[in-house]
Design a protein around this ligand. Sequence first.
Ligand SMILES: [Zn+2]
Ligand SMILES: [Zn+2]
Length: 148
Amino acid sequence: MKCPACFNELTQKQVGSLVVDVCEGGCGGVWFDAFELQRADEEQEAAGEHLLDIRRDPRVQVDFSRKRECPRCAGIKLKRHFFSAKRRVEVDECPNCGGYWLDAGELAQIRLEKSENANAEATAQSTLSPEVIRYLYRLQADGRANER
Ligand SMILES: [Zn+2]
Ligand SMILES: [Zn+2]
């Protein structure tokens, strides 16, 4: 398989039970087949850790404006879109096989974004302590009393 970004030959890399194709010694990008990305995109998933620092050639320049072809499906162009509603990280997805191409550094950004989301959720839950709920309830009750 050829790298869709710099045309270097991709190298198979085993991380845990996952086998992905990385552009080692090229642009440092990673190809995930369908459903592989979701096994490496969260911070507690160790597989992704080994994919954060793919050895790359600093002389390789990637042209982000160029349309890329899926390394698996001949003639199918990858679709560039934002990974999540936060619109921070752009990824390339194949509309045919469902695989993902991530440029160097994009996996790290996705993992960071996911951990931020998890932290925000945890904070939101912890702030609604019983005291807060009682307080809100009292406010509401007071409000009703004042209406009378
Ligand atoms: Zn490459
Ligand atoms: Zn494809």
